[in-house]
Write a protein that binds this ligand. Structure first.
Ligand code: ATP
Length: 514
């Protein structure tokens, strides 16, 4: 991983944010090549998800898939996060029970211990005041110790946590360290900056799409089933940012909220699982480093327990190997989000489906009113870029560039380079003209480089290291026969093509022909 990080910096893909001030943990900036790589990945997602959903494949209902884009604010009304559960869940130090998956406010957890701190090899029985666990654990503790006293979990020395029996757990030692103060970044809206003006930077882009669901239905011609999609920044005050950009505090998401009838959720869930996995393969992650993992029932969020499930698309990063790390989650969220916003905002978010319900004598349907279910494919753009860099990175000591990036041409930030072999005999002028022609056609997809100096081998090596898939070289034969050489990055092999075919050749290789 260190080598990939070093190359990322050396070639201007990713820099540490605020580096000259010593950096800021969990924040990363994208350099010139990284910014374009990231844009290409975002654009590919936008193209394949929003403009041409699932590349034209039909949905499980046999109809074309309908998706509309949205661009919502980073700062939303604070009540959005109350409704979504983010304010309450992320507000204080929390401890998680690894066994039951329950999460507790750290300051709410107490234990029953032997009175006066008498030595014991028995468990401390943890409970949350005011819940059934209080009486249950007390009974067990009295049986074990006789007289008991209540101690706050925060008072129990860390080395004794191995002996704490969490509420409802069967084995001791399942409580994690307290973490996640407030995962949401707090800010203030307006000049007075009192506690009434508190707002949050969004921890996910999803909620903006739920909150605008009704407006989208009322102002466009979409009909359920349809999706809303957006890309944008999200912020999480991660307790331990780590693994390069994998766990950052500021990152970008690419999310789809796909709304469907509850009876059809299972079919759409399967559809999106397959479609999203195929997409990651299509942009260069095809191989044994990519897999789809269905979450076990224990891992599922509470609202997802009775649904079709949640799957993670995972990549084997060098720092997770032999394990995998999530790059996208696909979840059946049922009607959890629309229902909670309907309740908290007192807004009617039900959808009237004129094509459902009983068939009436006049042949029309009576219609059905319901809260749609949601399938959410939620991908991380930064984790996607990182997976692409890791997959593309290759070492080959036999080459002039011992490190190179085999980036998929569609995603590569540099699409092609044009070189004059030498700086004489009219070659620089022809190369400059060819560069101008290619830039005019392809620059909106990425860089077209023009590098007239240094030995040709060095120039190829520089391009290999930056992941440029094709180099066109103007040489003596160009002057006499109007041909150039084209060099393939992956094989290093060269072929000769007519100079007036270069633009068509590149378009075909980049998937832009026709
Ligand atoms: P994790 O379990 O790794 O924290 P998550 O399950 O909380 O991730 P989601 O809330 O499902 O993540 O977010 C959807 C996507 O957003 C993830 O698949 C990931 O690609 C991206 N993502 C989430 N947190 C971060 C982060 N801290 N840094 C970079 N990307 C992130």
């Amino acid at each position: 991983m260190d080598k990939i990080m070093a190359l990322s910096k050396r070639r201007g893909f990713i820099y540490q944010a605020s580096e000259i001030y010593g950096g800021l943990n969990g924040f990363w900036d994208y350099g010139p090549l990284g910014a374009q790589l990231k844009k290409n990945l975002r654009d590919a997602w936008w193209q394949d998800v929003v403009m041409n959903p699932a590349n034209g494949a039909l949905g499980p209902d046999g109809q074309p898939v309908s998706i509309v884009p949205l661009d919502t604010c980073i700062i939303q009304h604070p009540k959005v996060w109350e409704a979504s559960g983010h304010t309450s869940t992320f507000n204080d130090p929390m401890v998680d029970c690894r066994e039951t998956k329950a999460r507790y406010r750290f300051d709410h957890v107490h234990v029953y211990a032997p009175k006066g701190g008498a030595p014991t090899d028995k468990p401390f029985f943890a409970f949350v005041q005011g819940t059934p666990s209080e009486a249950k654990q007390k009974k067990k503790a009295e049986k074990a110790f006789g007289e008991v006293e209540v101690v706050a979990l925060s008072e129990v020395p860390k080395e004794r946590w191995e002996r704490v029996l969490a509420p409802d757990a069967e084995k001791v030692g399942s409580l994690t360290e307290p973490r996640a103060f407030n995962l949401m970044f707090k800010t203030y809206v307006g000049a007075t900056a009192t506690e009434d003006d508190v707002a949050y930077l969004r921890p996910e882009t999803a909620q903006g799409m739920f909150v605008q669901f009704k407006n989208v239905v009322d102002t466009t011609r979409v009909k359920v089933p349809f999706g809303i999609a957006q890309t944008g920044k999200a912020f999480r005050n991660e307790v331990t940012p780590r693994n390069f950009t994998f766990r950052s505090r500021e990152f970008e998401q690419m999310e789809i909220e796909f709304f469907c009838h509850p009876d059809e959720a299972r079919g759409w869930y399967e559809f999106w699982r397959q479609t999203r996995l195929a997409w990651w393969k299509s942009i260069g992650l095809a191989g044994e480093n990519l897999l789809m993992r269905e979450q076990t029932r224990d891992e599922l969020a509470h609202y997802a327990k009775d649904g079709a499930g949640t799957s993670d698309i995972e990549y084997k990063f060098p720092f997770t190997a032999p394990g995998f790390g999530e790059i996208e989650g696909i979840a059946h969220r049922a009607d959890f989000d629309l229902a909670t916003h309907q309740k908290h905002a007192r807004a009617k978010l039900e959808y009237f489906d004129a094509e459902r319900g009983e068939l009436m004598p006049n042949g029309a349907r009576k219609g059905e009113r319901y809260l749609p279910h949601v399938i959410e494919p939620s991908a991380g753009l930064d984790r996607g870029v990182l997976a692409i860099l890791c997959e593309a990175y290759k070492e080959d000591p036999s080459r002039a560039s011992p490190e190179l990036l085999l980036l998929n041409p569609r995603i590569a930030p540099i699409k092609a380079a044009v070189f004059p072999l030498v700086q004489k005999e009219g070659m620089p002028e022809i190369a400059a003209n060819l560069h101008r022609e290619l830039a005019g056609r392809f620059a909106r997809h990425g860089f077209i480089e023009h590098d007239p100096k240094q030995a040709i081998g060095k120039r190829y090596a520089r391009m290999d290291e930056a992941g440029c898939p094709y180099c066109f070289t103007v040489d003596g034969e160009t002057v006499t026969h109007q041909t150039v050489t084209v060099r393939d990055r992956d094989t290093g092999a060269q072929e000769r093509i007519a100079i007036d075919r270069v633009s068509g050749f590149l378009a075909e290789k980049l998937g832009l022909a026709g």
